[in-house]
Design a protein around this ligand. Structure first.
Ligand SMILES: *Cc1c(COP(=O)(O)O)cnc(C)c1O
Length: 346
């Protein structure tokens, strides 16, 4: 197949610079979960570090290790998935910081610290209403006291406190922020002195300065993906373009070699237009391996069709596509299958 996901690393660097400037004096963590939103963690981390990123964060430890290896030893990298003791030990040996949102994991991290002889830098996670992960308010004080005891024993150091918010409504986010402030007070009362407090992702961090604290965790906006239903964000643009080629013309349809097995949602048929050499054309059908686009004058095998991208060739953005099919902004990009070639433009 000839379809490819083009990744414009120069645009990524511009986005990272724009986000960092906007969030300053808060620091910006570039979120690299889901293989850096499907763009490739090593390439993304290296380019973001070149643009000045000092923090990276992701879920699983293997991708966090990949970010650290690519971005250089001086960056700070947080991995927030709960892991086993051996994997936590590997993470500590590589200099990662660990997000800890339950009491059992705190004990495993402390054992990993003793096994490796490395004081474990941890970010304690409070549940402030999302119920996804994190320590509930009624257990928070005891959790912090245990972490403080482990600090005194020399196995962990609480460097951060964090939570995650829904970003569904301002009122809900305000309640979560009040709960986070209470968690910070509780941690201090237990004797902890966390230097890095963080709760906000792209949308809340961009639009609401009071949500920035010391660090913001930015995924979507670094990749140029605006929020669904949200405004364009000045200074940032999509990094990824999904491009397919015409393989043949059949009557009124130009057939391109991109289908649902490649992660192209079949629900997009009849709902979006794609950009061919002569401008936007309706997407007629999405099959398993191929899709049909309303042909243009002179359509021929080899012509490029852009499904989403920054808009420079008249194409929709990833978020436009997500909105057209009723899903969140980053979804069309995240769904692109691993076997679709990633091509990096320097
Ligand atoms: C995905 C994620 C982010 C980044 O969210 P965006 O809206 O893409 O910026 C931040 N924090 C956590 C915990 C996440 O899972």
């Amino acid at each position: 197949m000839t379809a490819e996901l083009r990744v414009d690393l120069a645009q990524l660097r511009r986005n990272v610079r724009a986000v960092r400037a906007h969030m300053s004096p808060a620091e910006t963590m570039i979120v690299i979960k889901d293989d850096a939103y499907a763009l490739g963690v090593s390439e993304v981390a290296a380019a973001a570090a070149e643009a000045g990123a000092r923090w990276f964060g992701g879920i699983d430890i293997p991708s966090a290790l990949g970010a650290k290896a690519a971005a250089g030893s001086t960056v700070r990298v947080l991995a927030w998935a709960t892991a086993g003791e051996d994997e936590a030990a590997r993470a500590l040996s590589a200099g990662l910081e660990l997000g800890v949102g339950d009491a059992d994991y705190l004990e495993r991290v402390a054992r990993a610290a003793e096994a490796t002889g490395i004081v474990a830098p941890v970010h304690l996670k409070a549940d402030t209403g999302l119920h996804r992960n994190g320590v509930r308010p009624e257990e928070w004080r005891a959790f912090c006291e245990r972490a403080r005891a482990l600090e005194i024993a020399g196995s962990v150091r609480v460097v951060g406190l964090w939570t995650h918010i829904a970003e569904a409504s301002d009122a809900e986010d305000d309640r979560a922020r009040a709960a986070f402030d209470a968690a910070i007070d509780g941690a201090r009362a237990a004797g902890l002195e966390p230097a890095v407090r963080h709760l906000a992702a792209s949308a809340a961090a961009w639009h609401r300065p009071e949500f920035r604290y010391d660090l913001v965790r930015i995924g979507a906006f670094a990749y140029g993906v605006r929020s669904e239903g949200g405004p364009d964000v000045p200074g940032i643009a999509p990094v990824a373009s999904l491009v397919a080629r015409v393989v043949r013309v059949e009557g009124d349809a130009a057939v391109v070699d991109l289908g649902s097995v490649d992660g192209f949602p079949s629900t997009a048929a009849g709902r979006i237009e794609v950009a061919g050499p002569a401008g936007r054309r309706p997407l007629l059908a999405v099959g398993a391996f191929e899709s049909r686009v309303a042909a243009w004058d002179g359509a021929a095998a080899g012509d490029e069709v852009v499904v989403f991208g920054p808009g420079t060739r008249g194409e929709l953005t990833p978020t436009d596509v997500g909105e057209a099919i009723g899903t969140v902004g980053e979804e069309p990009q995240l769904r692109i299958a691993r076997h679709v070639r990633r091509v990096y433009l320097p």
